[in-house]
Design a binder for this molecule. Structure first.
Ligand code: ATP
Length: 337
């Protein structure tokens, strides 16, 4: 396959699927960083890699853009084997965001964002327009920040510039290695929220590495839990992972407060009963059918009620009781030693 395979495969589209087929990495000193991992990230999905320190998360990520070569297995982007492509060319079509951003200190923010477009030979006007468009997209006023240098920005702002730079050439895939961990928890929360909005509009295929289970649950469409030696313990949606951890080890990893976390990622329909099983529904607090169990709990607590009425287009379609909130398929029941 020629060097422009990724670009051509992506013509007219903005995201590509990623397939890991039995990939593994043994470093020359014998360290097994990644055992044998197979998983698929659909185009436009955000997959999170999570697990304890040293379990091979960064190695997996860096194998996707060929900063590290796998010892075995294949990685396909939209069905094309990355091993058959020129690594430098490949990386121009894969955005990469790392923890401390790695902005060039002596270049303006605009110039930093234009790095890959310049390598791709875009003309100056187009690069400038693209940089300004991306600054807007990540919530930074181009007139105010475009001409500044990285040290003239806060940590959170630099992180946003890192995301803008990774998106500059409209990559099909975005790899993010602990992108929000260098900032304090309040800024992190805000960045995560902005990032979700951004992803809703650009819909890239993203693989994101984190240590933080809350971040994983908040951002991921799917979460891959890795264990020491780069073993894949479970690959599931946040709701599935929290309600049905595959093993006791996963259950322990996702934490004892997973019941509360699960509420935020589970729709009210999961716990809804038909209307008519309780009286006087007109006195009860309400929640929209598009809401989560967490919204239902909040409505109950605010309304000092044990039940909540679920509305669809303003019409009651069911009720949820406080006890039903926690009646998910029992994690313990499915967990094995
Ligand atoms: N060049 C190398 N040579 C030998 N071993 C390495 C090399 N790079 C990484 N490792 C080892 O491979 C394993 C996986 O490392 P990796 O950086 O992928 O883990 P990680 O899950 O991203 O860790 P962290 O969360 O701490 O960043 C670790 O045991 C690490 O020490």
């Amino acid at each position: 396959m020629d060097a422009t395979a990724i670009k051509d495969a992506g013509a007219g589209r903005t995201a590509a699927s990623i397939t890991l087929e039995n990939i593994g990495k043994v470093y020359p000193d014998g360290t097994v960083a990644v055992g044998d991992i197979s998983l698929e990230v659909s185009a436009g999905e955000l997959a999170v890699l999570i697990g304890p320190s040293g379990c091979g998360k960064s190695t997996v990520l860096r194998m996707i853009n060929r900063l590290i070569e796998p010892s075995k297995g294949r990685i396909l982007i939209d069905g094309a084997d990355v091993a058959a492509q020129d690594p430098v060319e490949l990386r121009r079509h894969i955005g990469y965001v790392i923890q401390n951003v790695g902005l060039f200190p002596h270049q303006s923010i605009r110039t930093n964002i234009g790095t890959v477009p310049r390598l791709l030979g875009w003309d100056r006007k187009r690069i400038r327009e693209r940089a300004d468009e991306l600054l807007e997209l990540v919530g930074l006023d181009p007139n105010r920040y475009g001409g500044r240098y990285p040290h003239e920005l806060s940590g959170g702002q630099r992180q946003r510039v890192g995301v803008a730079r990774a998106l500059a050439a409209d990559p099909l895939v975005l790899l993010m290695d602990e992108p929000f961990s260098a900032v304090d928890p309040i800024v992190r929360g805000r960045l995560q929220e902005e990032f979700l909005r951004l992803q809703a509009s650009v819909r890239k295929t993203i693989v994101l590495v984190t240590h933080d289970i809350d971040e994983a649950v908040r951002l991921g469409d799917r979460i891959a839990v890795l264990a020491e030696g780069g073993r894949l313990m479970q690959y599931a949606t946040p709701a599935d992972l929290l309600s049905r951890p595959a093993t006791a080890a996963v259950s322990e990893f996702v934490g004892t407060d997973r019941g509360i976390r699960r509420l935020a990622v589970t729709g009210v329909r999961e716990a809804m009963r038909p209307v008519g099983q309780i009286e006087e529904i007109e006195r009860l607090p309400t929640v929209d059918v598009s809401g989560t169990l967490y919204d239902a709990l909040a409505a109950m607590l605010t309304g000092d009620a044990l039940n909540v009425v679920v509305l669809e287009d303003g019409t009651p379609v069911g009720t949820v009781s406080r006890s039903a909130l926690f009646d998910a398929p029992s994690a313990e029941a499915t967990a094995t030693a």
